[in-house]
Design a protein around this ligand. Structure first.
Ligand SMILES: Nc1ncnc2c1ncn2[C@@H]1O[C@H](COP(=O)(O)OP(=O)(O)OP(=O)(O)O)[C@@H](O)[C@H]1O
Ligand SMILES: [Mg+2]
Length: 257
């Protein structure tokens, strides 16, 4: 029997007003995610991935349909969801430590300053809490953004291309760190990415979106690799390249349907 859905996205549609008239960007996007599942959404640039995710974040309103998280309809942002974007959007006048404390203060009363430390440690920033964002590399800033999202202890993490602005080596490091954090906490994750290999490494299921206008889910691919996963082991599997081809084929040929 299927476990009950933790996130229910039902017949979601979004039409934006434009000077040329209404533009229907997303149509009839329906997806159920069970608790503890890691789901990646891939699709061509501009198809509407961020639109869908921003509605789940509560930062954008649907034109049709809706989103229910743990039985409650989304009607705005909340601390039950940790969000990470392409850039970390840290407060520049606060230390790294205080940026994470800001999240902790939202969800726990009377936390001590030491409470932020485990979250910084988990992303490899042990001892760097007193630095300011400007004193960090882009990769380190993004690590703080991830620490901040986890500090909320949210049941759901929403990540919109969190690693796409990083160089390839840093990206791999952060992917491994995110995977480690996820293995330990088993939060439910919904993540948008352009990177097919990233999706195959991290996801339990990969949702492939068709191109717009009126983009929707074209196919969903289940990733069969056992966990815990190691990059080297996955890359050594024959089915890795078969699955990778499935996704690339979809994006190259069938996304246009
Ligand atoms: N507020 C808005 N008003 C009008 N059109 C919008 C608005 N936000 C997004 N769009 C349009 O909706 C479409 C989808 O945008 P969205 O940002 O969701 O795409 P995306 O799949 O996340 O793209 P990318 O991969 O480049 O981030 C685009 O054509 C964009 O121009
Ligand atoms: Mg986007």
């Amino acid at each position: 029997m299927m476990p009950p859905a933790f996130v229910e996205i039902a017949q979601l549609g979004k039409t934006y007003p434009t000077p040329a008239g209404p533009a229907e960007i997303v149509r009839d996007f329906t997806l159920n995610v069970v608790e503890g599942e890691f789901v990646c959404i891939v699709g061509h640039s501009g198809c509407g991935k961020s639109t869908v995710l921003s509605i789940v974040m509560g930062l954008n309103t649907p034109s049709t349909g809706g989103v229910v998280i743990a039985g409650r309809e989304v009607d705005g942002p909340g601390t039950d969801r940790g969000v990470v974007f392409q850039s970390a959007t840290l407060l520049p006048w606060m230390s790294v430590h205080d940026n994470v404390m800001l999240a902790l203060d939202q969800v726990r009363r009377g936390v001590t300053r030491a409470a932020a430390e485990p979250y910084l440690e988990a992303v490899g920033l042990k001892g760097l809490g007193e630095r300011y964002p400007r004193e960090l590399s882009a990769g380190m800033q993004q690590r703080v953004g991830i620490a901040r999202a986890f500090a909320l202890e949210p049941r759901l993490l929403l990540l919109d291309e969190p690693f796409s602005l990083l160089d390839a080596l840093t990206r791999m490091e952060l992917q491994d760190e995110l995977m480690g954090l996820w293995e330990r906490t088993r939060k439910t994750v919904l993540m948008v990415t352009h990177d097919v290999d990233e999706a195959l490494l991290l996801a339990d299921r990969i949702v492939m979106m068709t191109n717009g206008p009126a983009a929707t889910i074209g196919e969903i691919l289940a990733v069969p690799f056992p966990r815990p996963r190691l990059r080297e082991e996955i890359l050594a599997r024959a089915d890795y390249y078969w699955l990778r081809d499935q996704i690339l084929n979809f994006l190259e040929e069938r996304a246009h349907a």
